[in-house]
Each structure stands twice: as C-alpha cells, then as structure tokens.
Design a binder for this molecule. Structure first.
Ligand code: COA
Length: 168
C-alpha cells in the first residue's frame, strides 16, 4: 500500500485555488480534491467535463459569456501542484443579494458516488449564504431530482424538475 501523500501546503492551496477554497475528504487518501470559486475555469476543460456526463455541446463563445454573466462559478479540482484538473462544476445566476439559481451541476463519472456532488452543493450554498442570498432555485433533470431532495431541497408540488432552498 503506498503511503498517502502529504497534504498540500496551505500557501500552495491558496495560490492555486484562492482564499475560499475547501479541501474535500474522500474515502481515497490518494485523491486530493479541492472546491474553489476563485480558480478560473478553462472552457475546454469544462466542455470535456460536460461531454463526460453526456450533455450536448454548446458553442464556446456562448458558454464564455454565460460564465462571465454568472454570479458564482465553482470548480471541483483534482489537486496537482502543476496542473489541477477540473472534475466537477456548478454555477449560479442571480442578483447576489436575495435570489440565485443553480445551473450546470456536474461531477465527472470517475469521481461520482463518493459524496463529491453533495460537497459541491454544500459549498455552493455556503458561498451564496455568504452573500446573503435567501432563496435558491434550480431546474433538475427528472432522474436527478432525488439527489437534491435528499439534501433538503423542497420540490415543486408536481415533484418534477424544480427545487428550492430557503435560508433557515
Ligand atoms: C448528480 C451528480 C452531480 C451527483 O454527484 P455525485 O458526486 O455522484 O453525488 P454524491 O456521491 O455526492 O451523492 C450524494 C447522495 O445522492 C445520491 N445520488 C447521487 N446521484 C443521484 C441521482 N441521480 N438521483 C438520486 N440520488 C442520487 C447518492 O446515492 C448519495 O446518497 P447517500 O448520501 O444516501 O449515499 C452526478 O451524478 C452528475 O454529475 N450527474 C451527471 C450530470 C447531472 O445529471 N447533473 C445534474 C443536473 S440537474
């Protein structure tokens, strides 16, 4: 069994991922994963992630604009001191004060099923709460609605696609 790698130095993490980064605990100590809303997301890497989860492609210039106009972009990075890899993503639009809507939540299939999607959503909500946002909505694919409901999101009455989170 190889020794688990030493945790990365806090200064390095701060330089790569910004002040508000969060290390994710996973069952595999070899894997060092970091959530960050500050590290810039590369459009090609994001496209590869969206491909990996089976989403249809969107023109990159439109994606760039959508990211520019977003309130919050969160990357989930597989840590590498030279080249962190994007393995998860979510973004939000909104007024930055009261309301926000979550879009494009994805975790690369190789990293699914170990709690990272949940950590990503907790991080997103924490960042929105930090802004004072009180109501968050999202439009889930029907086969994913339960993922959000299990995390306390309230489903719309027909329980099809729309879910809401309210500040406690
Ligand atoms: C949905 C997605 C983000 C979940 O990420 P993940 O890292 O696999 O999720 P987690 O491991 O954190 O799962 C947390 C919990 O949700 C459950 N869960 C995961 N995906 C689920 C789904 N599609 N439906 C219902 N429950 C789900 C897990 O079983 C786990 O349950 P537990 O806490 O009882 O063990 C990921 O599967 C994904 O990227 N899917 C493809 C893209 C997509 O559909 N995005 C959502 C668009 S609305």
């Amino acid at each position: 069994m190889p020794e688990p790698p030493a945790p990365p130095a806090p200064e390095l993490l701060q330089r790569l991922y910004g002040e508000q980064h969060r290390l994710c605990a996973t069952p595999n100590p070899q894997l060092q994963l970091v959530l960050s809303q500050e590290r810039a997301v590369d459009l090609i890497e994001l496209e590869a992630l969206c491909d990996a989860v089976g989403w249809s492609r969107r023109p990159l210039r439109r994606v760039r604009k959508a990211l520019q106009n977003s309130l919050l972009q969160v990357g989930l990075w597989r840590h590498d001191p030279r080249l962190p890899r994007l393995v998860g993503f979510a973004r939000c639009t909104g007024d930055g004060v009261v309301e926000a809507t979550v879009w494009d939540v994805a975790v690369h299939p190789l990293y699914q099923g170990v709690g990272l999607g949940k950590l990503l959503m907790v991080y997103v909500i924490d960042q929105l709460q930090g802004m004072g946002v009180e109501r968050v909505s999202l439009f889930a694919d029907p086969h994913v609605v339960e993922f959000y409901a299990a995390q306390g999101w309230e489903l719309e009455p027909q329980q099809r696609r729309c879910a809401f989170w309210y500040s406690p």
